[in-house]
Design a protein around this ligand. Structure first.
Ligand code: GDP
Ligand code: MG
Length: 143
């Protein structure tokens, strides 16, 4: 049974020209791309997406970061998608991330950490719906 997760190539990684490398790592790891776009988030959109973090001390910095340039949300599908994708990206702080993970290779630091990954199946569906309509999700393409 295929599960979904939301990846985002964040503004630092777009600016650092790692789009191709990151997408290549994702597809080589067996994920199917269900939908993808490039979007420059408004402040209101970023605040809404990261609402769960609004009490955290880094919230305002996170909003500034995520609105600093375009990012690339990607809806992914794979068995065990949430866990497998988080394994592929590594720990939030790249100094703690395992060798060969996306964050170890391409993140600048704990804030500018190259990619987002959903943390549960429930949040994955919410986050995917935030960026993509039903029509954009190519539901039957890989069947
Ligand atoms: P993730 O699930 O691994 O992305 O980490 P979190 O959900 O805990 O945090 C969301 C995002 O906020 C991270 O990916 C970072 O971009 C940023 N962030 C997390 N922790 C910190 C921190 O301690 N300081 C700063 N400046 N940013 C942070
Ligand atoms: Mg998180």
């Amino acid at each position: 049974m295929a599960n979904k997760t939301l990846a985002i190539i964040k503004p630092d990684a777009v600016k650092d020209n790692y789009i191709g490398e990151i997408i290549s790592m994702i597809t080589k790891a067996g994920f199917n791309i269900k939908a993808m776009k490039m979007i420059h988030l408004t402040k209101a959109q970023a605040q809404k997406f990261y609402e769960v973090h609004k009490e955290r001390p880094f919230y305002n910095d996170l909003i500034d970061y995520m609105t600093s340039g375009p990012c690339i949300p990607i809806a992914l599908e794979k068995e065990n998608a949430v866990e497998d994708y988080r394994k592929l990206i590594g720990a939030t702080d790249p100094t703690q991330a395992e060798e060969g993970t996306i964050r170890k290779l391409y993140a600048r630091n704990k804030q500018f950490n190259a990619v987002h990954g959903s943390d549960s199946d429930e949040n994955a569906l919410r986050e995917i719906a935030f960026f993509f309509s039903e029509k954009e999700l190519l539901e039957n393409y890989y069947d």
